[in-house]
Design a protein around this ligand. Sequence first.
Ligand code: HEM
Length: 138
Amino acid sequence: MTPEETKRVQETFKRLEADMDHVAAVFYERLFALDPSLRDLFRGDLEEQGRKLMTMLKMLTKAIDELYAIMPAIENLAFQHVRYHVKPADYDTFGKALIEMLELELGADCTPEVKAAWQQAYTEISSLMKEAAKDVVW
Ligand code: HEM
C-alpha cells in the first residue's frame, strides 16, 4: 500500500463506520446476490455478524500499512473461516461484494483511486488469509 492508498482506505472507512449496520446489510445483500449459495454458510444472526465484520474491518484498515503487526489475528481469522467452510474462491466473490458496497455507499466519492486503494487493501488481506488457511487440516 502506498501512503496515498492507505489514506484513501482509512478516510473512506470512517464514513462507512458512521452507519455500520446499514453498510453491513448492503454488503451482505450484494454478497448473496453474487452467490446465493453463500447464504447457507451464515448460521448466526446476520446483524450481529455484520457488526463483527465491521469491527474487524476497522482493525484491518487501521493496520493496513503494517499488517505484519497483526498477523496472529489475521491467521486466527483465516483458520476460523476454514471451519465456516469458506473456500479460496469465495474470497473473490467477497471482494467483489465489498467493491459493489463501496460504490453504492460512497457514491461519487467512490473514485477510481478510492476503488483501486480498497482493491489493493483487500488483495493484501485476503492473500494473507488464503495463505494461512492453505495448510489447515482439521
Ligand atoms: C477480509 C475478508 C474477511 C473478513 C475481514 C471477515 C470477517 C469475519 C469476522 C470478524 C467473522 C466473525 C468471527 C467470529 O465469530 O469471531 C466472520 C465470520 C464469518 N465469515 Fe467472514 N470475513 C472475511 C471473509 C469471508 C469470506 C470470503 C466468506 C465467504 C462467504 C466469509 C464468511 C463468513 C462466515 C460464513 C462466517 C460465520 C458466520 C456465522 O457464524 O453465522 N467471510 N468473518
